[in-house]
Design a protein around this ligand. Structure first.
Ligand code: NAD
Length: 295
């Protein structure tokens, strides 16, 4: 049994904390939302009155917060976690944030004699509930060895990407591929419609040919070929357009900062921005198919 502090008990944090509790760990949690804290108590968690209270006795702390500014404030702001935890505590930030903030916070953690890894996830709420998330971990071998047994409880694939910040780098590179590929699949189905090619036939052929990718064979953006996808449920997320846009903005900022020309990634960001401006933030990102068909 490990004493775990958990900060950020939202859509992702709540099921992750639930799996840690089910596995017999002692989980003390905090969220700014009273509703989230009450739900956490109902599943057997120990609610704390502040973020600091949640980490004082922890051996490992997991944070699952919206964005880099929240992570920076919670760790390094006035009365931040790094000043409150005992020396040697392992911090795992599973939020999706920019590489620069991840490295800044990890460096502050090292200065405070703490261990820290960026451990963003892929898989969404379904995988968080099932305990099958993929974790992309950036930090030292020592931190990874200590983190792995706990992350095994909440994840299916735990991969050490390299030094601090490389977990976030992996996350934004992966999601840039995903965002681009989804648009390419939507465009191909729109072309098929216009050229008189049956959607199911395109699926049958391309899922066995060189166009095959996750956006086609796991998350097909048109109704029919895969009955469980958001396309068959009025594009309810799934993975919301707002989330994809957040990740593509992180990718675009990172590309600019390191001087890499990601033209198609940039274009994909603009296309999801157009969806967002059309009020589709809370629709699944595969709704790009409907969005482009209406224009
Ligand atoms: P969410 O908004 O549901 O949860 C975030 C929680 O953090 C909220 O409950 C909020 O009240 C809490 N919070 C914010 N500031 C806080 C503070 N200072 N102290 C304590 N609690 C605070 O978001 P989510 O969907 O759980 O996503 C969390 C992170 O995981 C994001 O970075 C997101 O990009 C990433 N992510 C989400 C998904 C997904 O499918 N939802 C998939 C992969 C990664």
């Amino acid at each position: 049994m490990t004493n775990i502090g958990f900060i950020g008990l939202g859509n992702m944090g709540s099921p992750m904390a639930a799996n840690l509790i089910k596995a017999g760990h002692h989980v003390t949690g905090f969220d700014l939302s009273a509703d989230a804290l009450a739900a956490f108590k109902a599943i057997g968690g120990i609610p704390a009155s502040s973020a600091i209270d949640a980490v004082i006795d922890a051996d490992i702390v997991i944070t699952m917060l919206p964005a880099g500014k929240h992570v920076d404030a919670v760790y390094c702001g006035e009365g931040g976690l790094l000043t409150a935890a005992k020396s040697g505590t392992l911090f795992l930030d599973s939020s999706t944030i920019d590489v620069e903030t991840a490295r800044k916070v990890a460096s502050a953690a090292a200065d405070a004699n703490m261990l820290m890894m960026d451990t963003p996830v892929s898989g969404g709420v379904g995988a968080a509930i099932a305990g099958t998330l993929t974790f992309m971990c950036g930090g030292s071998d020592e931190a990874f060895a200590k983190a792995k047994p706990i992350l095994d409880v909440v994840g299916g694939n735990i991969i050490h990407a390299g030094a601090s910040g490389t977990g976030q780098a992996a996350k934004i590179c992966n999601n840039m591929m995903l965002g681009i590929q989804m648009i390419s699949v939507c465009e191909a189905f729109a072309m098929a419609d216009a050229l008189g090619l049956d959607r199911q036939k395109l699926y049958d052929i391309s899922s066995k040919a060189s166009g095959q990718c996750w956006s086609l064979t796991t998350y097909c953006p048109v109704p029919g070929p895969i009955p469980t996808t958001p396309a068959n449920n009025d594009y309810e997320p799934g993975f919301a357009t707002a989330m994809m846009l957040k990740d593509l903005r992180l990718a675009a900022d990172a590309a600019k900062a390191v001087g890499v020309n990601t033209q198609i990634g940039q274009k994909a960001k603009e296309l999801y921005e157009a969806m967002s401006e059309a009020g589709l933030d809370n629709k699944d990102f595969s709704a790009y198919f409907e969005f482009m068909s209406q224009k």
